[in-house]
Design a binder for this molecule. Structure first.
Ligand code: FES
Length: 521
């Protein structure tokens, strides 16, 4: 990809992790089945749950809405680290030392455990030990950095001060965490999927869970009507697909971030880096068959909000140019993460009174170690009845300072989009050009139009099938994105990201609407 491609966005994004591994071909759920444990979602959390549980002599089925490991896990930066921003001092002050230590221990153990699994099965996944750095260019944050080091050290993490990182940035202070790592997430997890599949775990692809009935046993229904009956269900579908209880739609929101993989003239100095402020900037390296690629990551924003998504990639190009002599932008892609109100994932029982439904979501962009932590907690809750880390991650916790305030802020934001989408003025400019997406009014209904490079027009109803917010066009990814809870749809209306479980309705009468567009525009 050259800079002109990036400027015009005339190529769709492609994740390096997906481009460098073979696609999978697990079957879809073709009949009703019964198992001990059904796991919904075959990303890192779901597959690690299945891996730990399959060693406990239980029958397991894992269902994925698409192909396995193609969602957030296939679009991550894959840093295996317990350094999740400046979190530990804040967590200690808000929750106390005991809960902060639970979080630190869960993630520190996860780092070691991922390495143990890799070694146990001799998995070739480009694993590489690295130090992890968080830095600030803001003098006012020096004290925060010092407090974070003190607290992280008290909690048992090897953290030390630095005021130098090997890039031309005016660093005021930073923290180095020792003993962290990076890897190729799909190489690791594809092999793990093979191992558990060979051991009897049933993996089903293209089997989106659309409903769940809760009784003596739990029945999960897939999109084609086939059912899985299970004693326990683990929901690891990123944003929970099950919406009837738990109010998760009011306790989770989604954010997008952007990634460039660039070839540079300079050799990368090693290490994984992230800044402590906004806009976010993060770096790591990949050693590929064709040489080093540097991942340049950042530009977080709420899904479906903002007007020019392509601008986020351009800002990352500017940042990369500041640090390196960029020779090529080899890949670009984006990712979507679930965020909780207090910054700690929801892992445990879906509700206090649902002992047979468990949940793992809201990894806050730190899904590598939090997925491993989730697998441990869920395995322990199912098999032992208790987990040493269950309190800090408890999805039903209500004791966290800031949650109530954040609840009001986040839900006011959702309400604003529910209302504003219906009343927003519709664009009155020009035609729908090839590669362009646009919303227009058709018989009083908002309709989304996208024209592909061959000139074909695709029309969809832009009301989100989750809870009715109005979708916005994402020019960089060519998708329809929901500003409320982050569902995303292709320009043909198929689901890319939930919580929506139904595709958009396509407008059938394309010829009529084509004429309407010509007349109107
Ligand atoms: Fe909830 Fe769209 S994702 S309304």
């Amino acid at each position: 990809m050259n800079r002109e491609d990036l400027k015009n966005f005339n190529r769709l994004p492609q994740s390096y992790w997906l481009a460098s591994t073979a696609p999978t071909e697990y079957p879809s759920l073709g009949e009703d089945i019964s198992v001990d444990i059904a796991i919904i979602g075959a990303g890192m959390a779901g597959l690690l749950c299945a891996y730990l549980l399959h060693r406990e002599n239980v029958s397991i089925a894992v269902l994925d809405a698409g192909r396995i490991l193609c969602g957030t896990t296939g679009h991550t930066t894959a840093k295996i680290t317990s350094q999740h921003g400046l979190i530990y001092d804040k967590m200690k002050r808000q929750l106390g030392t005991e809960l902060a230590k639970q979080y630190a221990d869960a993630n520190e153990k996860a780092i070691k455990q991922i390495k143990e699994i890799i070694d146990r099965h001799h998995i070739d996944c480009d694993y590489s030990p690295q130090s992890s750095y968080i830095y600030t260019e803001d003098e006012n944050k020096i004290e925060k950095i010092e407090d974070e080091i003190k607290t992280a050290s008290e909690l048992g993490i090897k953290a030390s001060f630095t005021d130098r990182i090997p890039f031309p940035l005016s660093i005021k202070a930073g923290i180095m965490f020792d003993g962290q790592a990076q890897f190729h997430p799909r190489k690791f997890l594809l092999r793990l999927a093979e191992i558990i599949s060979t051991a009897g775990v049933k993996i089903y692809e293209n089997s989106r869970a659309v409903d769940l009935e809760y009784g003596e046993k739990i029945t999960v229904t897939a999109g084609n009507g086939k059912k899985v009956t299970a004693d326990k269900v683990v929901i690891a579908s990123h944003y929970p697909f099950y919406n009837k209880q738990g109010m998760y739609f009011s306790r989770l929101y989604t954010e997008r971030a952007y990634i460039l993989a660039v070839a540079a003239k300079e050799k990368y100095p090693g290490g994984m880096y992230i800044n402590a402020e906004n806009p976010s900037r993060s770096l790591r390296v990949l050693d590929t068959e064709n040489g080093q690629l540097i991942l340049v990551v950042g530009e977080n924003h709420k899904t479906g909000q903002g007007t020019d998504m392509a601008e986020h990639y351009r800002n990352l190009v500017d940042f990369a140019d500041k640090l390196f002599t960029v020779e090529e932008i080899s890949y670009r892609w984006s990712t979507q993460d679930c965020m909780t109100l207090d910054g700690i994932p929801y892992i445990g029982f879906y509700k206090q009174n649902t002992p047979n439904i468990l949940l793992a979501t809201g990894f806050q962009k730190w899904g590598m170690t939090n997925s491993m932590a989730a697998a441990n907690i869920i395995r322990d809750l199912i098999i032992e009845g208790t987990s040493p880390w269950q309190d800090v991650y408890n999805p039903s916790r209500m004791n966290i300072l800031g949650s109530a305030k954040n609840f009001i802020v986040e839900n006011a934001d959702v309400a604003k989009h529910l209302i504003s989408g219906k009343t927003a003025p519709l664009p009155e400019d020009v035609k729908v050009e090839p590669g362009e997406g646009k919303v227009f009014e058709n018989d009083g209904e908002r309709t989304g139009a996208y024209r592909d490079e061959q000139g074909r027009l695709f029309l969809v109803n832009t009301t989100c099938t989750h809870m009715g917010c109005e979708l916005n066009w994402n020019s960089a990814e060519r998708s329809w994105d929901c500003p409320c809870h982050g569902s995303r749809f292709t320009y043909t209306g198929d689901i890319i990201d939930g919580p929506a479980v139904s595709p958009l309705t396509a407008e059938n009468d394309v010829n009529t609407v084509e004429k309407l567009i010509k007349d109107e525009f």
